[in-house]
Ligand binder design. Structure first.
Ligand SMILES: [Zn+2]
Length: 293
């Protein structure tokens, strides 16, 4: 008897909770810090407003969001429920600071490019921007956790550091650098679709893998590209080789991630923190810190 009563009243209670909004089942889980991400859960059919974007939840009522390097905590998510009414969530982000990275000895054309190089750089930026504007609903790599390190090697650059190139302050480093010998295989960290695969002035051979719902990986300085724009790739699939093409001082993989145009810290997708000198293992979420660090 009791079970029957519960069966009748639970849906009613849920409906009432959703209609009120304040207790609606909106959940936010992830790595809640600048450069990190969250998976937001809400009733299917809801819509999220965050960071200048309005995004409909997937059929399971889930979607990803990313937090910018210089986010001011708390950030605010607004969920519009299918029946109308809104739920506002304040998300407190853990504090985070960034180091300063000085790089000297770069060729002049990369630091102060001539007009011709500059024009090509602008075309490259436009192509990358166009790829980042795409919104793929049918790709579900964004749901996979953890992501996998795309290459094994030593961390030589971390997300967010302020860069000073040949003594000139430049924009922060929006990615993780992993040093590995030229030709080392590079694997897809999660399922996706290749939306860009071409040579660019600064980033050399560049690959962009769209993981769906605005989330994507960018690999730079590759020796060889083994996939083409439009290809579907699976988590763990070999997609390229490590190289030193473009503005690179030695062979390494630059792995950047973004949610729309917001640059994220790839390490947060393995739920780890990395420092320079750490070793990461390809196709795992593992970080090995040398003893005494
Ligand atoms: Zn880099």
């Amino acid at each position: 008897m009791n079970r029957v009563v519960l069966g009748l009243f639970l849906p009613l209670w849920l409906w009432a909770a959703v209609a009120r909004g304040d207790t609606a089942p909106v959940r936010v889980e992830g790595v809640l810090k600048p450069g990190g991400w969250a998976i937001v859960t809400a009733p299917a059919g809801s819509e999220l407003r965050f960071g200048g974007h309005v995004v409909k939840f997937d059929w399971l009522g889930r979607l990803p969001v990313g937090f910018a390097r210089d986010s001011h905590s708390p950030v605010q998510l607004v969920v519009t429920l299918p029946q109308g009414g809104q739920v506002v969530r304040q998300i407190v982000l853990a504090p985070r600071d960034y180091d300063i990275q000085r790089i000297n000895g770069l060729k002049r054309k990369y630091v102060s490019p001539d007009p011709e190089t500059l024009a090509q750089i602008r075309r490259d930026i436009a192509a990358a921007k166009a790829a980042r504007k795409r919104f793929l609903r049918q790709v579900s790599g964004w749901r996979e956790r953890p992501f996998l390190w795309p290459v094994g090697g030593i961390i030589t650059g971390v997300y967010g550091s302020q860069r000073i190139l040949n003594g000139k302050p430049r924009r922060p480093h929006f990615g993780v650098d992993i040093a590995a010998p030229k030709g080392t295989p590079v694997f897809a960290p999660a399922d996706g679709v290749v939306t860009l695969a071409q040579n660019m002035v600064l980033s050399g051979n560049t690959l962009m893998i769209d993981h769906g719902y605005g989330l994507r990986s960018t690999f730079m300085h590759l020796n060889r590209l083994l996939v083409r724009a439009g290809d579907r790739v699976r988590r763990g699939q070999k997609v390229a080789e490590v190289g030193a093409t473009g503005r690179a001082t030695g062979p390494h993989l630059h792995w950047g991630m973004s949610w729309f145009a917001t640059r994220l810290d790839p390490a947060t997708f393995m739920a780890v923190e990395v420092r320079k000198g750490d070793r990461v293992r390809a196709l795992t979420a593992t970080v090995v810190r040398p003893a005494g660090k």
